[in-house]
Design a protein around this ligand. Structure first.
Ligand code: ASP
Ligand code: MG
Length: 400
């Protein structure tokens, strides 16, 4: 098998941890696999480098920032290659340039355009372990670029795609994806397999294990992704094509987002262009609107409610006050969004009604609802959100 293993900052946080990563890589190699390792900078390192630059300038040039920031990953890749070679497993560190990772010209947030995999293949053919410095690439004209914060995951997925790897393992400090937050529901179970689309919903609902961009890329390149911990030997969660999952539960997991606030606008005139104006202005100010509800108009006016992240509420408030009279506006921070996610919803009826009945039985009022093909989100009072999660977790039999 060809396996890509990616280790995040905490997994390579100090020399001892790099040593234990080297041991884990050795084991995978000794089991007969070809291995490409992608590494992040040691934890805190990238922030430290940003701080160094800020000592001299609040607006450092993006080109120079890329040369600076890409060095963090290079340190880890070289150290890991040295450690592995010393253990009797010849390894070769590569920068983005050496590995043929070509990007566009957008410094500090570059996108990978193509990968010339020849250098990596040549090293693998010689039996070497390739250790790639993540988060970086090179433009056609030879400038060093970085892929945006957290970009090493993207490097790993892209390389797994370019080498047609059998598996891309992302190592972090958590075991995988759980049916819900175990701090809220101790009966939460680790999910064995989950589809790309479900994972994308979880990531956009705030699950921090994987960034959306990496999951999207894995879906596009059809890369089998595993998230697992570098601190134990537990099996992780496989993120794969829906067709690869034989037994689909109806609901795969429950997410809760307490960082939500609601803005209600009463008595807006019911005529074309009002919603366009409000949401255009919010978008121009980079405010992320999520759920939107508009009532059926009575007379010539209607009510409009929508949610924004709680930490963007103050800015949203200012904008709304500029657009509208304050007596028409209400703001509510004490709400949370509880969502159930599962591809099984596509083929089962009654999933939504079960959710509503479950919350009704707990006397929890549902204040807003929105759905997609594989998700039902409900806004409830924040103080009941954890109770809602536990009730739903048991209603969809995820406790067993
Ligand atoms: N070191 C970079 C960061 O901290 C990239 C990464 O770790 O994925 O954002
Ligand atoms: Mg809230």
């Amino acid at each position: 098998m060809l396996v890509v293993q990616k280790y995040g900052g905490t997994s390579v946080g100090d020399l001892e941890r790099i040593e234990s990563v080297a041991k884990r890589v050795s084991k995978a190699k000794e089991a007969g696999n070809d291995i490409v390792v992608v590494v992040s900078a040691m934890s805190g390192e990238t922030n430290k480098l940003v701080g160094y630059a800020e000592h001299f300038s609040q607006t450092p040039s993006a080109r120079e920032m890329d040369i600076l920031l890409s060095s963090g990953e290079r340190v880890t890749s070289a150290l890991l290659a040295i450690a592995l070679t010393e253990m009797g497993h010849p390894a070769m560190a590569m920068t983005g340039r050496q590995a043929g990772i070509y990007t566009d010209e957008v410094h500090t947030k570059a996108r990978i355009n193509s990968i010339d995999n020849r250098a990596m293949k040549e090293a693998l053919d010689k039996g070497k372990i390739v250790i790639l410095a993540g988060f970086q690439g090179i433009t056609e004209s030879g400038s060093v670029t970085t892929l945006g914060r957290g970009g090493s995951d993207l490097s790993a997925v892209a390389v797994a795609g370019a080498l047609d790897a059998d598996l891309c393992e992302i190592y972090t400090d958590v075991d995988g994806i759980y049916t819900t937050d175990p701090r809220i529901e101790p009966k939460a179970k680790k999910i064995e397999k989950i589809s790309y689309d479900e994972m994308l919903e979880f990531a956009s609902l705030g699950a921090k294990v994987l960034q959306n961009r990496s999951v999207e890329l894995a879906k596009k390149l059809n890369v089998n992704l595993v998230t697992r911990s570098s601190f134990n030997d537990n099996e992780g969660t496989l993120i794969t094509k829906e067709e690869n999952i034989m037994e689909q539960p109806i609901v795969s997991g429950i997410a809760v987002d307490k960082n939500q606030a609601r803005i209600t606008l009463r008595g807006v005139s019911d005529k074309p262009g009002i919603a366009a104006e409000i949401f255009k202005t919010l978008a121009q100010n980079n405010i992320n609107v999520d759920m939107i509800i508009q009532n059926v108009g009575e007379d010539s006016s209607t009510n409009l409610g929508f949610t924004v992240p709680e930490n963007e509420l103050e800015r949203a408030k200012e904008i709304m006050l500029q657009l509208n009279a304050s007596e028409n506006l209400e703001f509510d921070r004490d709400i949370a969004k509880v969502s159930i996610v599962g591809v099984g919803m596509k083929s089962h009826s009654g999933v939504a009604s079960r959710a509503f009945e479950t919350l009704a039985a707990e006397n929890i009022n549902i204040e807003m609802i929105s759905t997609s093909e594989i998700k039902i989100s409900m806004v409830v009072a924040e103080k009941y959100s954890e109770l809602a999660v536990r009730a739903l977790h048991s209603a969809y039999e995820m406790d067993q």
